[in-house]
Design a protein. Structure first.
Length: 430
RNA sequence: GGAACGGUGGCAGAGCGGACAAAUGCAUCCGCCUUGAAAGCGGAAGGCUCACAAGGCCCGGGGGUUCGAAUCCCUCCCGUUCCGCCA
């Protein structure tokens, strides 16, 4: 949620920043918020002065009753009653306005960082690094889509996954299943030097899913369990961000760094038929996430560090990759600045997004009400949040199968993963 | 799921219809004292809105009763204990 005070005090700045996202509708919404806000401020001033009168008169009533002057007290009670009625009417109006403002504000996206590149959409995302590890050419044995090779090796069984759960569910078997788990453990171990490992709940409340920005606007993308008013998390970012919701931290605690493995659930409502083969897009997948609650000043350095960490994981797996920056027209609702890491998959002949690292400025923290106190300073400040996928399992899994496929059809296991696969060096051909 | 009891400031804990933003203790901060510290003494200090004004709001959330609610009523949530069920 953007700061309504910023919108109020510097409407031109906010409008200019929103305009960079390329959706004129956003400016209309921002203006609507400004109108409602001005109106609501008039009303609340009036309401408060009525309340002040009621408070004053009530005090006098108390004093008169104590003094035994019942008649005078009753007169004042009549006055107070009618002031109270007026006050209640204004209060109701104010509450309605506030609800409308909040609803609009929750749907308004974050302001892009000044350094984020301008652009209209995906095609305008600049490559900021790479390709790295890209061979001059790929062998024909690498040009096989993983859903064919992995199925033949008996490590992927999507046909039965579909029987069990329907379309867009996947199932790995044997060394394939172990490879998924190995990737998680590899990522967690690589983050262990600087991040506290968390095992968060996978089902969360509506308030929790609202804090990170998925609700109210993107309700269709999430699985809901209506009977219990719970939602399946689309990423560990959701529970991790809300760990400190409603709390006031000390500046010295920042940044708080956390990492978590979690299953992720996505309805993929708008993406039917796109990249749905094999492991490219599924309703349920595993991911290791990294997250920080920080001060605004710590944001840029952490963003850099997070990108570096995600990159190091991919580089360690000996995969060809590149880093792109997300332009203003392609940026997610909550994002302030974002980078993606893409891995090249020769079998699919495409770049797969395997990691997304973002700085949210105070957009999520304001929704979640995560604040911090600066020593010697009165009041509190809203924190910043950052997060990134350390490693999203399925696409990395697919990239390993395709890139590391040998001429005999076996799959070479990258050295860093072998300890997690009980020493397995390769997945043998059949 | 059932029953009982609870939810008050950083923590503990009083208040249970009127002068309560809320006693007290601990913790915190600032003085004094001290070579320095502790102890002792004196003082300061909650959050939100907002212009660090005035005013308003905040005693788990929401609603109600009342001239007036931390205090009474309803409802929901959470916690503790007991019972039931259960990996």
């Amino acid at each position: 949620m953007i700061d309504i005070r910023l919108l109020r005090n510097e409407p031109a700045t906010v409008r200019a920043a929103l305009a960079r996202r390329g959706n004129p509708e956003l400016l209309v919404q921002a203006d609507a918020v400004l109108d409602l806000d001005a109106h609501s401020r008039d009303i609340v001033a009036h309401r408060d002065s009525l309340r002040a009168e009621v408070n004053e008169v009530s005090k006098q009533v108390g004093a008169l009753l104590k003094a035994g002057d019942v008649e005078a007290a009753e007169k004042l009670q009549d006055i107070s009653r009618s002031l109270g009625d007026d006050q209640r009417r204004l209060a109701a109006e104010y509450d309605e306005l506030q609800a409308s403002i909040r609803d609009l504000l929750l749907r308004l996206p974050n302001l892009p960082h000044p350094d984020a590149p301008d652009g209209a959409g995906e095609a305008d995302n600049p490559v900021v690094k790479g390709p790295v590890n890209m061979p001059a050419e790929f062998g024909t044995h690498q040009r096989v889509p993983h859903w064919e090779s992995a199925t033949a090796l008996g490590i992927l069984d999507n046909e039965r996954a579909t029987k069990i759960s329907g379309a867009m569910f996947t199932m790995q078997r044997g060394l394939g299943a172990m490879l998924s788990r190995a990737l998680c453990q590899y990522a967690l171990d690589q983050m262990a030097d600087a991040f506290e490992e968390i095992r968060p709940p996978s089902l969360v409340t509506t308030a929790t899913l609202t804090a990170t920005g998925q609700l109210p606007k993107f309700a269709d993308d999430a699985y809901s369990i209506e009977r219990d008013d719970l939602w399946c998390i689309p990423t560990a970012e959701v529970p991790l961000t809300s760990i400190y919701a409603g709390e006031v931290l000390d500046e010295v605690q920042l940044p708080i760094r956390m990492t978590a493995y979690s299953p992720c659930y996505r309805r993929e409502a708008g993406s039917a038929g796109r990249d749905t083969r094999g492991m490219l897009r599924a309703h349920e997948f595993d991911k290791v996430e990294i997250l920080a609650v920080a001060s605004p000043e710590q944001g840029p350095a952490l963003l850099n560090e997070f990108v570096g960490r995600a990159e190091a994981l991919i580089a360690g797996l000996e995969l060809p990759y590149r880093i792109i920056e997300i332009c203003t027209g392609d940026m997610g609702q909550s994002h302030h600045r974002s980078f993606d890491i893409e891995v090249y998959a020769p079998g699919c002949d495409s770049w797969l997004e395997v990691s997304s690292v973002s700085w949210f400025s105070d957009y999520q923290a304001r929704r979640a009400d995560i604040r911090y106190r600066v020593a010697g300073e009165k009041g509190t400040r809203i924190a910043n949040t950052l997060n990134g996928s350390a490693l999203a399992v399925p696409r990395v899994w697919a990239a390993i199968i395709e890139n590391h496929r040998q001429p005999d059809g076996s799959i070479a296991i990258p050295a860093v993963l072998r300890p997690y696969l009980r020493g397995t060096v390769s997945i043998p051909s059949r």
